[in-house]
Design a protein around this ligand. Structure first.
Ligand code: ATP
Ligand code: MG
Length: 164
């Protein structure tokens, strides 16, 4: 299994959204993206940037009572499935949610709490966001797992560069 790690500092919420937009350019139907980081780390901010760049319908928000939301594409691309996994016990439950969408044809992005991202799908992009101190700057690690990401490793580095 291939694995590549890219690290970057993200200074503002706008830059976090831009990182999401850059990552969106690399995403394909069937991809799984896992976001981890503490409360207020910027996970939803990143997904918002992804959704905007993917041209999907509906605002990407922080759903309090909704575990998952499907945002259909308005531009003929894959839908964005945004999952808040605080109350989800493992990815198996994702299948049980009975989303009105076939995950193979969607890009699925899951927000996890810190340290919850274990026992996951073999192929995925992991995004780990950390906060240091009281400032706005976030540390972001992009970690790819699986051969499906092998041909996108260079593009991932470039995407991270644009958002820095
Ligand atoms: N560099 C930064 N990147 C992202 N967000 C930032 C940054 N600096 C400040 N912020 C602010 O931090 C907050 C991040 O909120 P957001 O909802 O994206 O976090 P979250 O990780 O999804 O939180 P939760 O765990 O509650 O889902 C926003 O208010 C945003 O404006
Ligand atoms: Mg959130």
């Amino acid at each position: 299994m291939t694995m590549a790690t890219t690290r970057l500092d993200v200074a503002t919420p706008e830059a976090m959204a831009e990182l999401g937009a850059q990552l969106a350019g690399l995403l394909r139907a069937g991809d799984l993206v896992l976001l981890s980081g503490p409360l207020g780390a910027g996970k939803t901010t990143l997904v918002r940037g992804m959704g905007a760049a993917m041209g999907v319908r509906g605002a990407v928000t922080s759903p309090t009572y909704v575990i998952a939301r499907v945002h259909p594409s308005l531009v003929g691309g894959p839908a964005l499935v945004h999952v808040d996994a605080y109350r989800l016990h493992g990815l198996a439950e994702l299948d049980d949610l009975d989303l009105d969408a076939d995950l193979d044809s969607c890009v699925t992005v899951v927000e996890w709490g810190t340290g919850v991202a274990e026992a996951l799908a073999e192929t995925r992009l992991e995004v780990r966001i950390t906060r240091s101190g009281n400032g706005e700057t976030r540390g972001v690690e992009l970690i790819t797992h699986g051969d499906a990401w092998a041909d996108r490793a260079d593009a991932l580095g470039a995407a991270a560069g644009v958002a820095t």
